[in-house]
Design a protein around this ligand. Structure first.
Ligand code: FRU
Length: 458
């Protein structure tokens, strides 16, 4: 039912539930993607680490589940985490959660499973937990979770974990290890009274700075700054990573930390929370985003689609200069516009022929904001249709460049190779596959291209 909504160019398991990407790593020419997975149902629960592998970050092969909860040891879920590779041994650090006293609030522990066969099979380390709360006896910490492990330039291994301090303050904590076995607590890296929990922290060295990411059960925040052991993290610039992020779009991203050329590529969970109350769409929930690459220009963070995304483009289906119409549920666009200071345009996406169901992507130069208007995007009555916004500045010459990937119920876009906006929409009609561009006064179309996108999985 409603099979046109199921993404075909984004990774998702054959069936059932998926959430966060985990353990992103590169080994012997293969990109690995692990993910939070319920193998038995299309709702969250019984969380295992699913596994897929790719040679180009776009085409994925589904592999057997990497590991799941060891019930005989009191584990109920294997929460999110990351993988560190040293001397050919891959170690997956994750948060182990059980019931009662081992519940997520007070009983979470950090465990490790290792692989010596190119990540094909994993064994739980006998010496669990690898990290327990006793490492910081003086902190009042709850909801401790989501280890992010990376090797620093100094050769030391670092781990960042999140949690709640004193019952209310979201925090990120920093640890170090010489051998990935014994860990010491270094410092509270960041804390805020704004959110109680900062899920899936990332601390990513880029050049002489760091990008810190956290997912606070709301839009994802980034901080660009410097970090030293003595001075801690000093923020130079901060903002929202993706205007559509949060539980209704892109969430809990993870980053490949060992790519050739130190490329910083991330993927995030395309959550289907926005359709959770709509019982008609069953069998699958959650996809992974297309790969996105982060770069810094001074303290300015640019996030763009990884260039590999263009592999998805197949038959070119238009290059109109006056009006644009394209058709299909898997479509990529590249648009380049020149905008006067008061110009506007609207791109109608996933529309029925007469437009009674449609999603509007609007940009009004005077407001400097890109808006994804979803009010008329569906015929279902219990789907989230709130408007998603991303502030966007025109380039100096008034140019606006948009790269868009539409894939069933996913709309992912990048503006000016810098800002991302993600949205989920659930058109309930199979003919909601038309796309139109309308230009207001003062907007000039320099280039418009559209491609059918390759279906990478069934
Ligand atoms: C984020 C999250 C993580 C946790 C995992 C459990 O979506 O809540 O904090 O480890 O999902 O599946």
């Amino acid at each position: 039912m409603y099979e046109w909504l199921r993404p075909a160019c984004h990774f998702l398991p054959e069936k059932n539930w998926m959430n966060d990407p985990n353990g992103l790593c590169y080994l012997n020419g293969e990109y690995h993607l692990f993910y939070q997975h319920n193998p038995e149902a299309d709702v969250w629960g019984d969380i295992h680490w699913g596994h897929a592998v790719s040679r180009d970050l776009i085409h994925w092969e589904r592999l057997p589940i990497a590991f799941g909860p060891s019930r005989e040891l009191g584990e109920k879920h294997c929460y999110s985490g990351s993988i560190a590779i040293q001397d050919g041994i891959a170690r997956a650090f994750y948060t182990s959660v059980g019931e009662g006293a081992r519940g997520p609030e007070n009983g979470a522990e950090q465990w490790m499973a290792y692989s010596t066969d190119d990540l094909r099979t994993f064994t739980k380390d006998a010496n669990h937990p690898v990290l327990s709360m006793s490492v910081h006896p003086n902190l009042r910490l709850t909801y401790w979770r989501d280890p992010f492990v990376f090797q620093g330039e100094d050769g030391l291994w670092y781990a960042v974990l999140s949690g709640t301090l004193d019952g209310v303050r979201g925090c990120m904590l920093l640890y170090a290890s010489d051998d990935l076995r014994s860990w010491r607590f270094l410092q509270v890296l960041y804390q805020t009274g704004e959110y109680p929990l900062l899920e899936c922290p990332n601390l990513i060295p880029i050049g002489d700075r760091y990008v810190m990411l956290y997912s606070p059960v709301a839009q994802i925040h980034y901080h660009v700054g410097t970090w030293t052991l003595q001075g801690g993290f000093v923020t130079e610039r901060s903002g929202i990573l993706d205007g559509g992020s949060g539980r209704h779009g892109f969430y809990a991203p993870a980053t490949y930390m060992n790519l050739p050329g130190k490329r910083r590529v991330m993927m995030g969970w395309m959550s289907d929370k926005g359709r959770e109350n709509q019982p008609d769409i069953r069998g699958w929930a959650g996809a992974q985003s297309l790969p996105r690459e982060m770069t810094l220009e001074g303290s300015r963070l640019r996030v763009d689609f990884a260039s590999e995304c263009r592999i998805l483009r197949q038959k070119e289906i238009l290059d109109f200069r006056e009006s644009l119409h394209a058709e299909g549920f898997q479509i990529g666009f590249a648009l380049s516009l020149k905008m006067a200071a008061d110009a506007a345009f609207t791109l109608t996406l996933l529309s029925t022929p007469k437009g009674d169901q449609r999603t509007l992507l609007r940009y009004d130069a005077a407001e400097g904001e890109l808006r994804l208007e979803r009010e008329a995007s569906t015929g279902f009555d219990r789907v989230d249709v709130s408007v998603l916004c991303q502030p966007v500045a025109l380039l100096l010459n008034g140019a606006l460049e948009l790269e868009i990937y539409v894939d069933g119920s996913i709309i992912e876009m990048c503006v000016n190779h810098e800002e991302m906006l993600t949205g989920r929409v659930y058109p309930s009609r199979p003919d909601a596959c038309h796309h139109f561009l309308w230009l207001g006064g003062g907007a000039e179309l320099l280039e418009a291209k559209a491609w059918q996108l390759e279906r990478i999985l069934d």
